[in-house]
Design a protein. Structure first.
Length: 446
């Protein structure tokens, strides 16, 4: 646990490990994109919101253009600079210019677009997802799926009423080492798990200092549209690009980091919605005008009977880890978000009955077939498998690895953590009415 973080780029590490195509057969009939001669079975993609993460998703899609017969045919962003960059990038990727739109309503009206990628600020994920599926598009939406409960429910319900294929962007479900670890947990090798600990740290004023803050002018965007129904406030370029620091638009650590961590817990433990959550934290490291905490901890209790502790500090880069603690063994993910290094450490029985239970524990690393050295403790966010899975499911019409129900579940967990933090109260999930309460569910039913 004390070893320094090792981080590799995706090309160096995943060239033989990442599952890209998965053997799915491609459909021989057209989806809807008819305007490329000789390529009428190509999937026509459009992209809404092309900032820093959006440019990465464009790159990922382009790397799948041949294997998965896909093309980015339209791009949309409120800011003209992002639109121009996206047009230039995709022209380079595909040899032709995509259509360019400022307003998503215009893009969604295009009949020859099969699917959209959404990577706008998180306060707009759910509203745009709802609009997209109601326009008949399949969707890849970045996480969190939503951060306002009513909006997340409306988006989920719209998806479930449709026959649209929606992949939520918690991409670690499609990476080979987490898949190996998840299978191990499901095998029962850990025994009864009573606690999961997730500690992901970072030393720096995360999300502050975006260069775009100095570049944007209000005349080059549409501020009211960007607010997406939030109460009007004067144009603020810091909020526009550093929105993760402001509670009206994001919960910060919970929305951006815990969403990944808790999604993996849900997947590994097969338990999707917390029973209750408490949270605490504050601005202890970077007093720079941010509203959301730079130091945050949440405790979540799940119906199956286990506790999850999630903690992040932006004031110290102490080694990050995740631990699944069972009666038979502990599964340790060494490193922070995305780390492919997993170690299994066996228990030596009941401590009361075995005074040597802390000594000579059997341990091993989880390695893929043919893997002869330890994987790194971190990789970038450019793995191809998650988008590839979505594209394959678009053709097969099967459900992808992170469904809208999975996205709703991680969103609820993060919303509960944010509400517990801001209210200072323990909050509870009421399953029947799908509401967040500030008192025990049992009391609400008496």
């Amino acid at each position: 646990m004390s070893e320094p973080t090792e981080k590799m780029d995706r090309r160096s590490f995943l060239k033989s490990a990442t599952v890209v195509a998965g053997g799915a057969a491609f459909a021989s009939t057209a989806l809807s994109y008819q305007n490329i001669a000789g390529a009428n079975d190509r999937i026509s993609l459009a992209h809404i919101g092309i900032g820093s993460r959006g440019s990465e998703l464009d790159q990922i899609a382009a790397e799948l253009k041949t294997s998965h017969r896909v093309e980015m045919t339209a791009v949309c962003d409120l800011w003209n600079v992002n639109r121009e960059k996206a047009v230039a990038a995709n022209t380079k990727y595909y040899g032709r210019s995509p259509r360019s739109f400022q307003y998503l309503e215009d893009l969604l009206a295009i009949p020859d677009v099969d699917a959209v990628v959404i990577s706008t600020p998180e306060h707009s994920h759910s509203p745009i997802l709802k609009m997209a599926v109601e326009a008949g598009k399949d969707v890849y939406v970045e996480k969190p799926m939503g951060n306002v409960l009513a909006e997340a429910k409306a988006a989920r319900d719209a998806v479930l009423k449709s026959n649209r294929i929606v992949q939520v962007g918690t991409q670690h479900r499609s990476e080979p080492h987490p898949q190996l670890a998840q299978a191990l947990v499901h095998s029962g090798a850990l025994g009864e798990v009573s606690k999961v600990e997730v500690v992901w740290n970072y030393h720096g004023p995360r999300w502050r200092g975006r260069e775009e803050v100095k570049q944007i002018r209000e005349a080059d965007t549409d501020w009211r549209k960007w607010l997406m129904g939030k109460p009007y406030r004067p144009f603020d370029p810091q909020i526009y690009f550093e929105f993760r620091l402001y509670k009206q638009f994001s919960s910060g650590i919970a929305d951006q980091w815990m969403s990944h961590g808790i999604d993996l817990v849900h997947w590994f433990m097969n338990d999707n919605l917390p029973h209750s959550v408490v949270a605490h934290g504050g601005i202890f490291a970077w007093r720079d005008g941010r509203e959301n905490p730079d130091t945050f901890q949440a405790l979540l209790e799940y119906p199956k009977g286990f506790l999850v502790s999630y903690a992040t500090s932006f004031g110290n880069d102490s080694p990050s880890f995740t631990r699944y603690m069972g009666k038979k063994a502990t599964l340790i993910n060494i490193g922070g978000e995305g780390s492919p290094r997993y170690q299994l450490v066996e228990e030596n029985g009941n401590t009361d009955d075995n005074s040597g239970s802390q000594k000579k524990r059997a341990e091993k690393y989880l390695l893929l077939p043919g893997e002869t050295s330890l994987p790194p403790t971190g990789i970038d966010d450019l793995s191809l498998g998650h988008m590839a899975n979505w594209l394959e499911c678009m053709r097969s019409r099967q459900q992808p690895r992170c469904t809208v129900e999975n996205g709703f579940a991680h969103s609820v967990a993060c919303m509960m953590a944010a509400e517990a933090y801001w209210s200072g109260k323990k909050v509870y999930w009421e399953t029947t009415t799908e509401t967040i309460l500030d008192h025990p569910v049992e009391a609400a039913r008496t």
